[in-house]
Ligand binder design. Structure first.
Ligand SMILES: NC(=O)c1ccc[n+]([C@@H]2O[C@H](COP(=O)([O-])OP(=O)(O)OC[C@H]3O[C@@H](n4cnc5c(N)ncnc54)[C@H](O)[C@@H]3O)[C@@H](O)[C@H]2O)c1
Length: 340
């Protein structure tokens, strides 16, 4: 049931992913999806059939000029994010932007600055940070149940979707970079990355990247849309426990391994020994809530309560910095590039 005090929402870009945002924003509490804008008539018609009564338009200005719309979600191809988000902020609207926030650091900085100057919410769609499994790992880390993180590696592989406007790095790695920053809770020092483009000129289909953190931790990220396996997996090695998260598993996504290696001294010889611990494996149960609905509801709640989102514009900027440094490293044959 909606009320006059609900936040009025508009979505721009209702394509492959945007239709999911349309569906989920229409299910949020405390908001009403009023308008969907898309250049494609077919995508406008699909949005209209998903949400009966929603207005559809091909003109973005219709959203900007509508006083009933308090917030706009941007879900076009990444190259259009900056201009649309900037215009929305300048029109006084709160803004949600799909990942990656922008394609350039200066553009992301501008959005963060504009949101701050105008007292508006800016949130980026780092979806995995709303995944109950990733949240569970983070909570166990904060509670100290897993020990201190040493390193993690993340794999996001599949055959497709092959995009022409962004590489596998820009399309897939924002998820993994945001997870690594969230779980390690440390600042990255530098990144080295190697990428290869096989299908189209200069659009990498596969990228191997290595992030080194100030706290001594490391994150290895492998992204590809040219791979026979569908893999969405992370492995986190801490000093007392090890954890895997497999998002392709329907239920048992997380496994906690009570395994580790410890240094001790053999007092007979005073030699240093490494003893290995092979303990139990634990599979926690997780709530089955759709992460995208949690993400959309979080945006609505943050706007209504004037709260900083868990995936703020600043975090979007941090990820764009790493994406750009990774791209620079690929151009320099894998040379480590400092992350600003
Ligand atoms: N969070 C996730 O898991 C996830 C998954 C896929 C895509 N994405 C992100 O979502 C965004 C969109 O990706 P997609 O796969 O839906 O792309 P898409 O090409 O399928 O859809 C983009 C839509 O935007 C519309 N559009 C473009 N410019 C416009 C403009 N100026 N005004 C109005 N409409 C405009 C196009 O007509 C198209 O319908 C990208 O940033 C992508 O990285 C996120």
């Amino acid at each position: 049931m909606s009320s006059d005090r609900d936040l009025g929402l508009g979505v721009v870009g209702a394509g492959y992913w945007g239709k999911n945002l349309v569906r989920n924003f229409a299910r949020t509490t405390g908001a009403r999806l009023l308008s969907v804008c898309d250049l494609s008539e077919a995508n406008r018609n699909r949005a209209a059939s998903l949400v009966p009564g929603v207005k559809v338009t091909g003109r973005f200005e219709d959203l900007l000029e509508d006083p009933a719309i308090g917030a706009i979600a941007v879900c076009t191809h990444a190259a259009a994010h900056h201009a649309l988000a900037r215009d929305a902020l300048l029109a006084g609207k709160h803004v949600y932007v799909e990942k990656p926030l922008t394609l350039e650091v200066a553009h992301a900085e501008e959005l963060v600055r504009l949101a701050k100057e105008h007292g508006l919410t800016l949130m980026v769609g780092h979806l995995m940070l709303f995944h109950p499994g990733i949240r569970w790992i983070r909570e166990r880390l904060v509670a100290g149940d897993l020990g201190t993180p040493h390193y993690l590696y993340l794999q996001r592989l599949n055959l497709g979707i092959v995009r022409s406007d962004e590489s596998a790095w820009w399309s897939l790695a924002p998820h993994d970079i945001s997870i690594a920053l969230y779980l390690l809770g440390s600042r990255p020092r530098d990144i080295s990355a190697r990428g290869n483009a096989y299908l189209r000129d200069r659009i990498e289909d596969v990228v191997f990247a290595n992030l080194q953190f100030e706290g001594g931790q490391a994150a290895e990220i492998h992204t590809s849309w040219l791979d026979p396996h569908k893999i969405r997996k992370l492995t986190l090695v801490c000093d007392t426990k090890m954890v895997t998260f497999d998002d392709t598993e329907p239920r048992e996504k997380i496994r906690v391994y009570d395994k580790g290696a410890e240094r001790s001294v053999d007092y007979q010889t005073y030699a240093e020994l490494i003893s290995l611990r092979q303990g139990d494996i634990w599979i926690p149960s997780l709530p089955g809530t759709e992460p995208l609905l949690l993400e959309c509801q979080h945006f609505v709640d943050c706007v209504r309560d004037g709260r900083e989102p868990d995936t703020s514009g600043q975090q979007g900027l941090d990820v764009v910095r790493i994406l750009c440094a990774g791209q620079a490293s690929m151009a320099a044959a894998g040379t480590p590039i400092p992350v600003g």
